[in-house]
Design a protein around this ligand. Sequence first.
Ligand SMILES: O=C(CO)COP(=O)(O)O
Length: 126
Amino acid sequence: MSKTIALIAHDGKKADMVAFVKDHIEFLVKAKLVATGTTGSYILQTGLEVDRKLSGPMGGDAQIAAMAAEGKIDGIIFFRDPLGKHAHEPDIQMLMRVCDLYNVPLATNPATGSLIIEGLLEDLVS
Ligand SMILES: O=C(CO)COP(=O)(O)O
């Protein structure tokens, strides 16, 4: 069964996200992808299809959190910028809280992101 993965990256981490997507493109092409607006436009440039939500500061994190709460997301890869300050910090915290509330896998760096993808890939082939 197809898996839905959410991809989100702060501005300081967008290059890392593009590199991560390219590194895992063989799996990601088999998944349904959803992303916050600007992250999604970068992912489109890799040739993958992606459902773009609003930009993060305009409610995109909240939209993805709502999907997670509704059981519509199998994993979230969210490269946060630990050095940045964000006007929508409450939405970011809310997204992470919802992941903990509903036990949705959440990776905040590439190392954990790879583990999530490997885990979901195993699911796909079994
Ligand atoms: O702000 C974000 C996550 O909190 C990301 O939003 P964008 O992908 O629209 O830049």
